[in-house]
Structures are given as structure tokens and as C-alpha cells.
Design a protein around this ligand. Structure first.
Ligand SMILES: Nc1ncnc2c1ncn2[C@@H]1O[C@H](COP(=O)(O)OP(=O)(O)OP(=O)(O)O)[C@@H](O)[C@H]1O
Ligand SMILES: CC(=O)N[C@H]1[C@@H]2OC[C@@H](O2)[C@@H](O)[C@@H]1O[C@H](C)C(=O)O
Length: 372
């Protein structure tokens, strides 16, 4: 899995045991700078797009294969012992129906050639998880809520699971029922970009820079007026909606604001968008489990806790999967569903016409019977 932060490739090795998935090994594999830049460049229209897309698709596929091989080597597990790789790919464009597109014009594009992954690793690879959901009228995202309910629900307990990656998404669980799931808005993406611009670092470690500033109420209100936050029903978003160009447009009305105060305000904006998702729901949850890189941002966590004082905030690690590996585990689980012919989407979340088997299967070398 490589997410919207493009901060590296999250690799997780899972074993299916009875009704549980056990996390056996993990590895974060770096993405070279030029490739990160190529991903960023492809996230908006530009010259030579098709050529660049074709080449980056191949390069990412090869990099994902190297990452999978490195994980297996570090875990001492032979490729022959692995049933399948689930590869999310790298999202380069997400244009869902909730963004105002007609259903027939909606699309979501993930790249990282699965043929190359199957070829290099020899392991059957499942990929392209979003497009069947889109084809059936859905958002194609978020897909994690179906996994959250499978991995983190508990009879009789109402809880929320929030993934704070580049974008944040939430799952609301009433016991073992998935009541709702959607992208709540920005995760770390705005804070990351602002930090990079003003401090040259890729993220605000622990949220310490945000903690040194003061939230600016007028700026916060303007940020909270982003139309995405007023959408209801199935909804998903991306860097298409929350990016530096949009922020710069807002900041034009707030000249002279100290950069650390902007960072504090962005942290509050992110926390409020998450808190609002829980507050607006008919389901009153008593527990909130955080996953994704934002789990390491103490300042952001404190702001979320302050906005929801009746909710106990904890990490998904308590429920068996550490915060950094939930997304990668999601796509291992989705690959398992695909191979078993089971649906992977949650229509209540994506708005798809019904349950669908997600993903396409690219058989590994040893899975190919010889023609007689
Ligand atoms: N120690 C830390 N302190 C603060 N923030 C951190 C820390 N470690 C990671 N992060 C944040 O987590 C981000 C990466 O999170 P993650 O890997 O979950 O995102 P992603 O999977 O790329 O995004 P998405 O879920 O939107 O696809 C980093 O860009 C950074 O903002
Ligand atoms: C199109 C796309 O890649 N969306 C990501 C992104 O990152 C978080 C949020 O936006 C979520 O909708 C999704 O990822 C997770 C894995 C999901 O589908 O649940």
C-alpha cells in the first residue's frame, strides 16, 4: 500500500487463522525521491501525461515487487509460502460521484502494474480494488470500513475507527454492524505541505510545531466552510479537494498570519473535521480507535480528545493491529475476499448498487497450469 502521503510503501504479511488475521511481519520500504515527485506531478493534469503514467505504472509495479520481496526476506518467509499479494497501488486521481461527477464519468485511478508484481515475485497478485465499486455506482472509497468491521468490531460496543493518513476516513460501528463510513476530510496532508514549505521537513513530528502556535478562530471558520464538510451520504475525497492551492486561496484573506499559527489552525481544522463526523452521527460512540500515521501526532490526538470529551481515544494496536499497518492489512484482507469470491465493498459506505467482489487476479508463476 502506498497512500496519499506518498511517504513510502507499507508492507504487511498476514496469516489467516480461523476467523482472525494475524500480523506476522511488517516493513516500510522507501520510495525514491524522483518517484515521489513523479507521483505528485501526475496527481494533476500536465504535458505528456499518458507517457508519464505508463512509465510510472511500470516503475511502481517493480518497486512494489521489490518491497514485497524485501518483506519476505526480512521475515525469512519463502515466496512459495505466500498465497497472494493484495496491492492497492498508488492513487493518482480520484473523481468520485460525490465530487459532482455523473456516475458514468466517475473514476478512480491507482497505478503500480500488478503484472510486474506477479512476474517479479512469482506470487499471485490481486489489485484494482476500487473500480468495480465505482462501476456499480459507488464512490470506490473508502474501502477500509469493511475491514474495520471485520477486524475491530465487538458485539454490544459502539465504536469508531479513524484512519488519519493524508486524508482521514472514519468507520462507525454499532456492535458488529457497520452503520456508516466515509472520508471526513483532510488528515495530515495540509499540515504536511505547510510544514514542508516553512520548515523543509516532510511532517510536523509529534505536532510540536502546531503546539507552538495558536489556532486562529476566523481562519478556522473559513477552513471549516469547505463544501466537502457539508456533504452527506456516501462521500470520499482526496488531494484534489484539500491541497496547498486551496489553502493559499484561503490564506490570501489572512495575510501576515504567523506560519506556526497557521499550522495550529490546520491541526484544529483536521481535528474538528474528524470530531464533526462523530458528532453529526445518530450513533453515539464511546470509543474512538485511531490508525494511520496521524496516530503519532500527539498534538492532533489531544485536539481530537478535547473536541470529543465523552469518547475514549486509543490506538488500534489495542485491538490487535498497530496503527501503521491497518491500511496494508486492509488490502491483504481484500485480496483474501477476492480469491474466495466474497464481496469486499460495503454498499452502505460507498453507495454501490450492492455487494461486489473487488479486484482483479494476476496469477503468479507457479499458479499457471501448463497447456497440454
Ligand atoms: N511521528 C509523527 N508525528 C506526526 N505525524 C506523523 C508522524 N509519523 C507519521 N506522521 C504522519 O503520518 C503521515 C503518513 O500517514 P499514513 O502512512 O497513514 O498516510 P497514507 O497511508 O499515505 O495516507 P492515506 O491513508 O490518506 O492513503 C505522514 O505524512 C505524517 O503526516
Ligand atoms: C482514492 C483513495 O486512494 N483514497 C484513499 C485516501 O486515503 C484515505 C482515504 O482517502 C480513503 O478514502 C482511501 O484509502 C483507504 C485505504 C480506503 O479506501 O479506505
Amino acid at each position: 500500500m502506498s497512500g496519499t502521503s506518498v511517504d513510502g510503501i507499507d508492507c504487511a504479511l498476514l496469516r489467516a487463522a480461523e476467523d482472525k488475521l494475524l500480523l506476522e511481519a511488517t516493513l516500510q520500504y522507501p520510495m525514491p525521491g524522483p518517484m515521489r515527485e513523479a507521483v505528485a506531478a501526475l496527481s494533476h493534469s500536465g504535458d505528456g501525461e499518458i507517457e508519464r503514467l505508463g512509465v510510472l505504472d511500470r516503475h511502481l509495479g517493480q518497486l512494489f515487487a521489490d518491497a514485497a520481496n524485501a518483506l519476505l526476506e526480512s521475515a525469512g518467509v519463502p515466496a512459495a509460502a505466500v498465497t497472494a499479494i493484495g496491492s492497492h497501488g498508488q492513487t493518482v486521481r480520484h473523481r468520485p460521484p460525490s465530487g459532482g461527477r455523473s456516475r458514468s464519468d466517475s473514476f478512480s485511478l491507482q497505478i503500480g502494474d500488478p503484472n510486474s508484481i506477479a512476474e517479479i515475485t512469482g506470487i499471485t497478485t490481486v489489485a484494482d480494488f476500487r473500480r468495480r465499486d465505482i462501476a456499480s455506482g459507488g464512490e470506490g472509497a473508502p474501502l477500509a470500513p469493511a475491514f474495520h468491521v471485520a477486524a475491530f468490531s465487538e458485539p454490544g460496543v459502539s465504536r469508531a475507527v479513524v484512519n488519519i493518513g493524508g486524508i482521514a476516513n472514519v468507520s462507525l460501528l454499532r456492535g458488529t454492524e457497520l452503520v456508516a463510513g466515509f472520508d471526513c476530510g483532510p488528515g495530515n496532508t495540509l499540515m504536511d505541505h505547510w510544514t514542508h514549505r516553512h520548515r523543509g521537513e516532510t511532517y510536523d513530528a509529534g505536532g510540536r510545531w502546531a503546539a507552538s502556535g495558536e489556532c486562529q478562530p476566523a481562519l478556522l471558520q473559513r477552513l471549516l466552510a469547505h463544501p466537502y464538510l457539508d456533504l452527506r451520504g456516501p462521500r470520499s475525497t482526496g488531494k484534489e479537494d484539500f491541497n496547498l492551492d486551496w489553502l493559499d486561496g484561503v490564506m490570501a484573506d489572512f495575510p501576515g498570519t504567523a506560519p506556526e499559527d497557521v499550522q495550529a489552525t490546520l491541526a484544529q481544522f483536521t481535528a474538528d473535521a474528524i470530531a464533526r463526523s462523530l458528532r453529526d452521527s445518530d450513533l453515539q460512540v464511546s470509543e474512538l480507535y485511531i490508525c494511520g500515521g496521524g496516530a503519532h501526532n500527539d498534538n492532533l490526538r489531544a485536539r481530537i480528545g478535547d473536541a470529543l470529551p465523552w469518547v475514549r481515544v486509543a490506538d488500534t494496536e489495542e485491538l490487535g493491529i498497530a496503527a501503521d499497518w491497518v491500511e496494508a492489512a486492509t488490502f491483504a484482507w481484500l485480496a483474501m475476499c477476492s480469491l474466495a469470491g466474497l464481496s469486499g465493498n460495503a454498499p452502505v459506505v460507498t453507495g454501490a448498487a450492492g455487494p461486489r467482489v473487488l479486484g482483479a487476479i494476476y496469477p503468479g508463476a507457479r499458479a499457471i497450469p501448463t497447456r497440454s
